[in-house]
Design a protein around this ligand. Structure first.
Ligand code: FAD
Length: 408
């Protein structure tokens, strides 16, 4: 599948938008296009009620649906960078307290949670809830309380050099907004695998991450999933449950080191999932421009080559904190942001800290800049934890706003 088409389908899935997908050339697609008089139209065609978008892209669909709006104000009391669970929770609670709030995300809302078909351990949902659905509901709730949600509209730069005034944020479209308080809820990015030819195959049978839409498309096929974290565990179960034959490649010698027990139990019981421990993917074999096979090798160097229809790389992430060194925001060695008590050295605030008081809980080494969720040092890497931290920040900002003379 064309990488741009994959992106569009992924967008629809991760915004919890119900849809039917017909591959070009199938009888269903031909009949549909014929009926609409769009046989020669640029693909993909998105049919939405009586509106048809030809040559549809994520951006053109988002624009048609009223997204991609620029910010409505030049100043907000609270700007949240990242609309994952942490950012959305902060938006819901801050906006519900009447704070002027804007949330920016360079992607769709939901962050990593939007990739998971079912969050089974989220408070209050005994039967689980889809990650994309949770994000959609939270986004709607935040907007209902008056928060502004900017999708596909990230923050690409900042000026945070003053501690007694607003911070400046530069958005992807070069517009600039200022904020009294900022929350970095930027989460993590997938870690990349370094294999010859991999970049050409990404989007053509090789994918970073794996969502439920891929699982449904892979029924009866052979797939390889690389990784050993909860995201990899969730992915192999999605594929297995969709009747794909799954080869799971794990670099370590035990799943228990990195994966929740409930996932391990289900994987072990699943007849279609074959787990290879202490094994690494060594080669990708293309046929034309798509993947057709892989070679993997165990710790003794014994290699095996298998035909595959898809390879899904779920090898964890790196915190999205490249910008921290530019803004002198302290991180740990892995790049996760230090906050609150973690910043204290021998009980004292770091030298760069300009105020008499110590940093608030979840406040970074930059006054008025908070961090929550997976991007934060010591975070639990769970949806509920991210939501909890985001909601905490929404209440902590009042102390900082009061210092700036902003009262609600
Ligand atoms: C497949 C999968 C399954 C999972 N299953 C579960 C589960 O069952 N239960 C559970 O509790 N947890 C689960 N997790 C973990 C959980 O999803 C994460 O812990 C949670 O999403 C973290 O939330 P967050 O808001 O901190 O960060 P993220 O979810 O990573 O969101 C960060 C957001 O910030 C945005 N962003 C980054 N940089 C910028 C920028 N410069 N400008 C604007 N936006 C930016 C990103 O686009 C992203 O939307 C799963 C994770 C994955 C990947």
């Amino acid at each position: 599948m064309d990488a741009e088409h994959y992106r569009l389908r992924d967008f629809l899935t991760r915004t919890a938008q119900p849809y039917e997908w017909h591959e070009a050339g199938t009888a269903e697609a031909e009949t549909l296009l014929d009926g609409l008089g769009l046989v020669d139209a640029a693909l993909p065609v998105l049919v939405d009620g009586d509106r048809n978008l030809t040559g549809a892209t994520v951006e053109s669909v988002a624009r048609a649906w009223g997204g991609l709006q620029p910010p409505q104000r030049v100043h907000y009391d609270f700007v949240i960078i990242g609309a994952g669970p942490a950012g959305l929770a902060a938006a819901v609670y801050a906006a519900s307290d009447g704070v002027s709030t804007m949330v920016s995300d360079r992607d769709v809302p939901g962050g990593q949670a939007s990739y998971t078909a079912m969050i089974e351990n989220f408070f209050g949902f005994p039967d689980g809830i889809g990650g994309a659905e949770l994000a959609r509901l939270a986004g709607r709730q935040a907007e209902r309380f008056g928060a502004e949600l900017l999708l596909l509209h990230g923050v690409k730069g900042s000026k945070m050099n003053r501690h007694d005034g607003p911070m400046e944020l530069i958005l992807d479209d070069d517009s600039v907004v200022t904020a009294s308080v900022v929350l970095a809820a930027t989460g993590m990015d997938w870690r990349r695998l370094d294999l010859p030819g991999i970049d050409e195959l990404v989007g053509h049978g090789v994918y970073y991450g794996a969502g439920r839409s891929e699982a449904a498309q892979c029924a009866g096929q052979s797939v390889v999933v690389v990784g050993a974290g909860n995201s990899a565990g969730q992915a192999v179960l999605n594929f297995g449950n969709a009747t794909a034959r799954v080869t799971m490649l794990v670099r370590g010698d035990r799943l228990e080191k990195t994966m929740s027990a409930y996932l391990i139990d289900r994987i072990r019981q699943h007849p279609l999932i074959d787990v290879h421990l202490a094994t690494q993917l060594t080669d990708l074999h293309p046929n034309g421009d798509a993947i057709s096979g892989v070679t993997f090798a165990d710790a003794s160097g014994r290699a095996e080559t298998r035909p595959v229809d898809g390879v899904f790389l779920c090898i964890g992430g790196q915190p999205h904190t490249n910008w921290c060194s530019r803004e002198h925001v302290a991180t740990d060695r892995a790049g996760y942001i230090l906050t609150g008590q973690d910043l204290l050295v021998d009980g004292n605030a770091p030298e760069c800290w300009p105020l008499e008081r110590d940093p608030f809980p979840l406040e970074t080494s930059r006054v008025g800049l908070f961090a929550a969720g997976d991007v934060r040092h010591g975070s639990t890497k769970r949806v509920a934890a991210a939501v909890g931290e985001g909601s905490m920040v929404a209440s902590l900002i009042f102390s900082r706003l009061a210092e700036l003379g902003v009262t609600y």
